[in-house]
Design a protein around this ligand. Structure first.
Ligand code: 2U9
Length: 340
């Protein structure tokens, strides 16, 4: 019986199969329930006691070798065509999971794109600023609450070094360096010392805009912002301007768009007013132009500013601003199909 087992081992080592069916036939022949190897195991009871150890070991070797060879033959054919290395070149490649753009990036990119069609360029500046560029050049009175430690983050004990509370500081830098015409937008991160809640965060993002040239009027401001609103919210949107106040613009206004959820009829999102406030705007105060080295007798300009989180919350109906900063994949994945 030992000799029979050794012959089978060498026979099995040389087995070939040209397809998966042939490999399966070999498995049945050698290892199947009525196969050659189980038959030898059945005969094992008739082996004399003194030979049992040697025959038992040989039988186990035979079974293991048969399983190894036949499994290899099966694997070589199961995956279809194989290369010389045994790798299946017809299988699709391993794909890496594709991420998605953050909703704030989507909204910022869309705003930038709309204004770039009107000839606005993009400018950026430092997040750590000085008092002049954030407050003084912008006509903030000395006693203005934004200058208070309660409202603004200061970097050191030096009250001159602070985190910008708006990107208007970038406008000041651009105006100090360049003479009109100036037509730019200013996206960026800003910081305010506010308690974090569903509606407010101490870090958020803005896009501000500035257009300075000879004879720029409030009508230009209105038409530019109407174009933006139609491109962003859709052709049927309406806008309205309400008088407001900012230290750096005169006159100043707040702009509302008709509610895109209810079409202006009134709903929970617009608090039944039919209108959503989306930005502030105004004609640049002549003091601000002069502070930045621009002749206010020759030039006029308009400026506007909006919070990107607020616009994104309106666009995607997001109820809690904190979701933007948690980076929970379940939140971010929802923007996979969005363009921009
Ligand atoms: C210069 C002159 C004028 C930028 C402006 C606003 C109105 C405004 C807010 C919107 C929501 C800030 O993020 S927010 O809280 N912004 O209402 N911003 S006009 O005016 C400027 C900027 C720079 C030199």
């Amino acid at each position: 019986m030992l000799q029979q087992i050794e012959e089978l081992i060498s026979e099995i080592k040389n087995l070939k199969a040209s397809n998966a069916e042939e490999a399966e036939a070999l498995r049945i022949k050698y290892l199947g329930r009525k196969g050659l190897i189980p038959a030898l195991f059945d005969d094992f009871k008739n082996v004399p006691a003194e030979n049992k150890k040697a025959v038992g070991m040989a039988l186990n070797t035979l079974k293991n070798e048969a399983q190894r060879v036949i499994t290899e033959l099966k694997e070589a054919h199961e995956a279809g065509a194989s290369s010389a290395s045994g790798a299946d070149l017809t299988l699709p490649g391993t794909s890496f999971p594709i991420g998605s753009r953050h909703p704030l990036s989507l909204v910022r990119n869309q705003i930038v794109e709309i204004f770039s069609r009107l000839g606005f360029s993009v400018a950026e500046g430092p997040e750590i600023e000085d008092d002049w560029h954030v407050f003084t050049a912008l006509n903030f009175p000395l006693e203005h609450p934004a200058r208070d430690m309660q409202d603004t983050f200061f970097i050191t004990k030096d009250p001159d070094i602070l985190l910008r509370t708006h990107t208007s500081s970038v406008q000041v830098r651009v105006m100090e360096k360049t003479q009109p015409p100036i037509r730019s937008i200013f996206p960026g991160r800003v910081f305010r010392n506010e308690a974090i809640s569903a509606r407010a965060h101490c870090i958020f993002h803005q896009v501000e805009g500035l257009y300075i040239d000879e004879n720029v009027s409030f009508a230009d401001l209105k038409q530019t912002l109407l174009y933006f609103a139609k491109e962003f919210f859709g052709e049927n949107v309406e806008i309205r301007l309400r008088p407001s106040y900012f230290p750096f613009t005169e006159p100043s206004a707040e702009m509302d768009v008709s509610c895109s959820i209810c079409g202006g009829k009134g709903c929970g999102v617009c608090k039944h007013t039919g209108w959503l406030e989306i930005m502030g705007c105004g004609m640049v105060d002549p003091n601000v132009l002069e502070n930045c080295g621009i002749d206010s007798k020759k030039y006029t300009g308009f400026a506007f500013g909006m919070g990107i989180e607020r616009i994104a919350m309106l666009k995607y109906q997001i109820k809690d601003i904190r979701l933007f900063f948690e980076n929970d994949v379940r939140f971010l994945e929802q923007f996979k199909s969005a363009i921009h």
